[in-house]
Design a protein around this ligand. Sequence first.
Ligand code: COI
Length: 377
Amino acid sequence: MSTTAQTPGTATSRASAVDAFEVRPSDTARTDAERAALMEAPVFGTVFTDHMARISWSVEQGWHDRRVEKHAPLQINPAAAVLHYGQEVFEGLKAYRHDDGSVWTFRPWANAARMATSAHRLALPELSEADFLGAVEAVVRTDVAWVPSGGETSLYLRPFMYASETFLGVRPSREVEFLVIASPVGPYFASGVKPVSIWVVQGYHRAGPGGTGFAKCGGNYAASLLPQQEAYAHGCEQVCFLDAVTNSELEELGGMNVFVVGADGSVATPPLNGSILEGVTRSSILTLLGEAGHDVQERPITLAEVRSGLQDGSIAEVFACGTAAVVTPIGRLASDDFDLTVADGGTGPVTASVRAQLTDIQYGRAEDRHGWMHRLL
Ligand code: COI
């Protein structure tokens, strides 16, 4: 076990199992020139580094065989449980390069905790924070040349865990694989950091009471794809779901949380009611806006309230947030029976300011007062 370096003055010491990872170098690692070409302007999630971190689990052995190996196709039996019953969870976090060349990640222990919560809901084994941090550190240190610098670029990290047992019976898998893959990225949306349009879908729900809405599992995203297609068909980049009980309250977007900013400076986001993902960016924004003196509310937000607020001007801004999307302004909300534009096309000051505050911390341009940053190298 080793303890990783900390931001001076924000010494939250976290155990990491990075030293337990055996590095097995790829025999097909890209040359410097190949890597530079691939990192030129990658479309989100399309370019991957040379290695991945991996830990295997079985009922008999627990978590074992911590290693970093070549990023390569997985050998998976067609009867593997994940292919049939979707027993899988994942995470998303980023590694940021600071101006001095150091490499950091943002609140990775929050991702570790959420992955444990998601795993529990999907009857998967829980991975310790030390193993989660160790795997992230191990792959980033091995592939540090792939951490981009400049602009709003980063190395997107995708930890995930899946049921690998070859077995068609419906019960929790007795074998599981955990991996972290890495992908150099720029902005999530093809349009860059510009206001996006949102389609409020009224005929589908993402999650319901007692379901898996709070878990970051592939099934939630699978269920969002058809409604997401409906959004594309109406010229919108993202879909927004309403709650399954009353079909009247905003829950979240296909892959992001949502915030509404009042003309009076108050800020609201839907509460964590069991069907909403507990976003790390969401919680950081609540902290930053609260400290900046905004009246910050986690409360149900009805679609009716948003429609009238946008029409009468009492809602000034709407934005989406997530690790991938960071803070993305929303310029338009539409559905079967309305089509509304947000004031100033969605380029309001609260959205811009919280985005700047957050990214300044992540990229080392502002003091990390909360001890959110974790140095990787
Ligand atoms: C993230 O923000 O990291 C996510 O997992 C969302 C996904 C749509 C990319």
